[in-house]
Design a protein around this ligand. Structure first.
Ligand code: ATP
Length: 434
């Protein structure tokens, strides 16, 4: 089994993530997050929101609808320009993104295994739907291809209601949809995914300073999430790579088991979006500085990262096999802030389930805690190691006498005896923050 197969199997078996509508054979490019996956996702999103919104006084949050007036996507350029080049193999009938054909992929219908490819055609990635009872051109709408467009549409209202003025930013976390030609690499490229985006509005003359600032902020966040520095690198887009809206763009890439790939983009969008929506809607999006009376269309620096790609990077980074006292184990070294379960309470015997349960209930007011009563203690440790639980708490017969429990550290497997009334404080110190 290679690294991705091992990870995919673990994710499905342990309830992190698995194919959507599996009993019908799944549907390509769509995934379901199970009980552990949803906890981890929520942790990733909370950590992003904390750093990008709550800890800053120049950013506010937003949550907009997935479907907007379709004119939005005409103005933004997505209807005309949000394309990927598509090619078909005339022999095996498979379809590929022309710029991403995998050399390992071989034609199953040709003797020499070489595909016989058509010329590339442009394929629009916007996912269409129709609204209301009739299905004609007037009912056409799109599921958003990126979360940021509604931030531009709501720019003036947010600025006024939140009493902000440039430089300031608007952040949003939400679903986005792209009709990807070839979804692949597990949750790396799917057709429904979630983005965490910040659009930061500023003066043109200050845009590149903000751009550099947010490059630093975002790289540091990835490191703080626990990603190994040596598996992260910057990639600057050349002119031919840049999206239709971008003037300058850098990706943060991670070394996935299938190679270096983008999972976050920092883009300088200029005044592309606000100007386009002004021109298309007839509503002026310019801003007048009350002090200088200067009127200008703010320029925008964007940071855009996928929740799912971040999850995949974190999972790939964390999943390791090591050896403890001559015994091999699989361990998910997730940062405590990201781990789906923070602590598991393990009664040594079923007879101790009740007092152990009381400890678990008490801790669950602060942390996501699991009470695990089934199997030998060794097996329970392994199970918790595999899903990344940072601390296991064992309640044994002595605990009844001395009101102490054994706390075991996932990474070192070192054990400490802690009195139960100090447990919440002990864990808080080690689990909170990131
Ligand atoms: P790619 O070149 O891989 O298609 P992109 O450059 O089009 O990606 P952006 O438009 O910059 O991506 O989107 C910002 C972020 O959204 C990406 O860095 C990624 O984390 C996430 N993302 C984009 N497309 C997908 C997808 N199909 N599945 C999962 N996440 C995605």
């Amino acid at each position: 089994m290679d690294a991705m197969e091992r990870l995919t199997a673990l994710c499905a078996n342990r309830g992190f993530v698995y194919p959507s509508s599996e009993i019908y054979g799944g549907i390509n490019g769509f995934w379901d997050y199970g009980p552990l996956g949803v906890e981890m996702r929520n942790n990733v999103k909370a950590a992003w929101w904390q750093r990008m919104v709550r800890e800053r006084d120049d950013v506010v949050g937003l949550d907009t609808s997935i479907i907007a007036n379709p004119e939005t996507w005409v103005a933004s350029g997505h209807v005309d320009s949000f394309h990927d080049p598509m090619v078909d193999c005339r022999l095996c009938k498979k379809r590929f993104r022309a710029d991403q054909i995998d050399t390992a992929d071989r034609c199953t219908a040709a003797k020499d295994h070489q595909h016989d490819l058509t010329e590339p055609r442009q394929f629009n990635l916007m996912m269409r739907t129709s609204i209301g009872a009739t299905e004609d051109s007037s009912s056409l709408a799109y599921l958003r291809g990126e979360t940021c467009q509604s931030i531009f549409l709501d720019f003036r209202r947010v600025m006024q209601s939140a009493r902000k003025r440039p430089p300031f930013g608007i952040a949003q976390i939400g679903k986005a949809f792209r009709n990807e030609i070839n979804p692949r690499n597990f949750i790396f490229r799917s057709r429904e995914f979630e983005q965490m985006e910040l659009e930061f509005f500023c003066l043109e003359s200050e845009a590149m300073d903000w751009y550099e600032h947010f490059r630093e902020v975002r790289f540091q966040w990835q490191v703080d999430m626990g990603l190994d520095r040596e598996k992260l690198r910057w990639h600057e887009h050349g002119p031919e790579e840049r999206a239709h809206y971008a003037r300058v763009a850098h990706d943060i890439e991670f070394e996935f088991p299938f190679g270096w790939n983008e999972f976050e983009g920092i883009h300088y969008r200029g005044d592309h979006d606000l100007s386009a929506h002004t021109a298309h809607s007839g509503k002026d999006m310019a801003y007048t500085d009350p002090d200088t009376k200067e009127r200008f269309v703010p320029h925008v620096v964007e940071t855009s990262v996928g929740v799912d790609r971040t999850m995949l990077a974190l999972l790939c980074n964390a999943l390791v096999e090591d050896e403890i006292a001559g015994e091999k184990r699989t361990v998910m070294r997730l940062a405590p802030a990201i781990a789906p379960i923070k602590s598991a309470v393990l009664p040594l015997s079923k007879k101790l389930a009740e007092p152990a349960g009381r400890i678990a209930r008490d801790l669950s007011r602060r942390f996501n805690v699991d009470l695990d009563t089934a199997g030998s203690i060794g097996r329970r440790y392994r199970r918790q190691d595999e899903i990344g639980t940072p601390y296991c708490i064992t309640y044994d017969f002595e605990s009844e006498e001395d009101q102490k429990v054994t706390v075991r550290d996932r990474d070192t497997t070192a054990q400490e005896r802690i009195s139960t009334d100090q447990l919440a404080g002990y864990l808080s110190e080690r689990l909170l923050g990131y």
